[in-house]
Design a protein around this ligand. Structure first.
Ligand code: MN
Length: 508
């Protein structure tokens, strides 16, 4: 996905004129140093990512209400600015922040740090204390943010502390996700799978809250595109398949199998062209609506997901958009994110597990090995046998995330899991994952079901819950986590409290 963008986080330092120019000069110098350190860390987000870079930009020290208002307005008007990082090196009387904060539209991280790590016990004097006073300067700033009800994330500690830098990076990744969300376009081919409730939702509200544009198309619109793909392009793509995947010799020798593979390649190229032309970065399909296509797109979906597109099956536009945002948040990290479905359980008391898969559509970015390209019949849909990539998912820490429309708000629900090795599954011709949910299957599935969590999820081996917590806060939506600490009794209370909170909020 070609983007070639540079995204920026603005570093804002608060102070006031009272200190005089000499002190303000030191404030600016210290602040530049901290911004440079954050920049060095944040720019590593894009280390393995050719297209989107994150930079931290120092802005001149703020000492007047006019400056503050101007910078908050500028941040709002600059599409490359994805958030602001605020720090009160000295005391910055917060009444002068009201005007600016009232107009702030970008996510905020409040970095509660201090330039000097240690107190110089022998040398400390009043000048030192007057310069290094974020201990109370940041409290004043925190008050006005709380008084104004501004959602923000606070990171506390010395700016060279790896934990603090990691805290900033986590938030920066979420800010990238939020930025992506605000311009995200989702193409839906066909509608929802008949009568399914959990994958439905209010698209207008999703536009307001998440920034998503969801457009519906008859599948014939892209079927026409598929039929126009030149044969030479198809042959080039098949060459690529042969290089990247283990292709069973049977496919290349069997004429009808080869025809199906060529059809899959045409679907991939037609779909890619359609999405690129419309500026879509996520899409849905449904096996119930394949008019004009000879097979359910499987291989094409897997490969486009690997390229960075979000996907949701059976018309699930919420999961498609969520998967895209998750991919953007996890860019450049080792591992991947995929569309996933809780498929079937292993309820052996000595080790309960969930087998996750889909009919075809799991992203190779989470594969443990070189995928095999295979052709098998599909038991539903009544179409030709679709080629698909078959692989076991890598082992390790992972999470599942689902987005639900609760009527008066969106709910983002996350469960941390451990992906484990699966036995050989010789008769299961799809990509699959096997995981143990936290804290255990019984508690996790009970809590998930009580929260109304879907069977479709974004499954990520790179994101941590905190990324999604920040993303939910930036989007102004509910966030719930099921992890090692979860008990059903406490979780039920959280659900009730949240219902009350969002009920009151809607009335307010
Ligand atoms: Mn499904």
């Amino acid at each position: 996905m070609q983007k070639n963008e540079s995204k920026k986080l603005w570093f804002l330092t608060g102070s006031q004129h009272l200190y005089g120019s000499e002190t303000l000069g030191k404030v600016a110098a210290n602040s530049r140093e901290i911004a440079a350190a954050l920049d060095a860390t944040a720019s590593r987000i894009s280390e393995n990512e050719k297209h989107v870079q994150v930079r931290v930009v120092f802005k001149p020290v703020l000492t007047t209400p006019g400056d503050i208002l101007a910078v908050c307005r500028e941040a709002g008007n600059d599409p490359s600015c994805i958030g602001i990082i605020c720090w009160m090196h000295t005391f910055s009387p917060a009444q002068m922040w009201i005007g600016g904060l009232r107009e702030l539209k970008k996510p905020m991280l409040h970095l509660h740090t201090q330039h000097n790590r240690d107190i110089p016990w022998d040398a400390i004097d009043m000048d030192f204390m007057n310069l290094n006073q974020s201990a109370h300067g940041d409290r004043e700033f925190g008050f006005i943010c709380s008084r104004m009800g501004i959602d923000r994330h606070v990171v506390t500690g010395h700016w060279q502390d790896p934990e603090v830098l990691a805290g900033v990076t986590h938030w920066a990744r979420a800010a990238l996700g939020r930025d992506e969300s605000l311009s995200l376009r989702v193409a839906r081919f066909g509608d929802n799978m008949r009568d399914v409730a959990v994958t439905e939702g209010d698209k207008v509200e999703a536009g307001l809250q998440m920034g998503w544009t969801v457009r519906g198309y008859g599948v014939g619109d892209f079927a026409a595109r598929v039929n126009g793909v030149p044969g030479s392009d198809v042959q080039t793509l098949i060459k690529e398949y042969r290089e990247l995947y283990s292709l069973s010799g049977k496919i290349m020798q069997d004429k009808s199998a080869l025809l199906r593979l060529e059809e899959a390649a045409k679907i991939e190229l037609g779909l890619l062209e359609f999405l690129e032309e419309g500026g879509y970065r996520a899409f849905t399909t449904t096996f119930e609506d394949l008019h004009g296509l000879s097979q359910l797109p499987g291989l094409a979906v897997q490969r486009l997901m690997e390229k960075g597109y979000g996907f949701g099956a059976e018309g699930d536009w919420k999961t498609a958009a969520l998967v895209r945002c998750m991919k953007v948040m996890g860019q450049g990290m080792e591992g991947g994110t995929s569309f996933m479905e809780d498929y079937t359980y292993h309820l052996d008391p000595s080790g309960m597990k969930v087998l996750g898969a889909h009919m075809l559509e799991v992203c190779p970015s989470i594969s443990a090995a070189k995928p095999k390209l295979e052709l098998h019949p599909l038991s539903i849909g009544g179409k030709d046998d679709p080629p698909r990539l078959v692989f076991p998912v890598a082992t390790g820490k992972a999470l599942n995330a689902t987005l639900l429309d609760m009527g008066n708000r969106f709910r983002l629900l996350v469960n941390t899991v451990t992906s484990v090795e699966s036995p050989e599954l010789p008769r299961l011709p799809v990509a699959r994952a096997l995981w143990v949910p936290d804290p255990d299957l019984k508690v996790a599935a009970t809590a998930w079901i009580l929260a109304g969590g879907a069977h479709h999820t974004g499954f990520s081996m790179v994101l941590e819950p905190l990324h999604l917590e920040h993303f939910a806060l930036m989007s102004g939506i509910e966030y719930l986590l099921i992890d090692k600490e979860t008990s059903v009794r406490e979780f039920k209370k959280e659900l009730r409290w949240n219902d009350m909170y969002y009920g009151l909020k809607a009335k307010g």
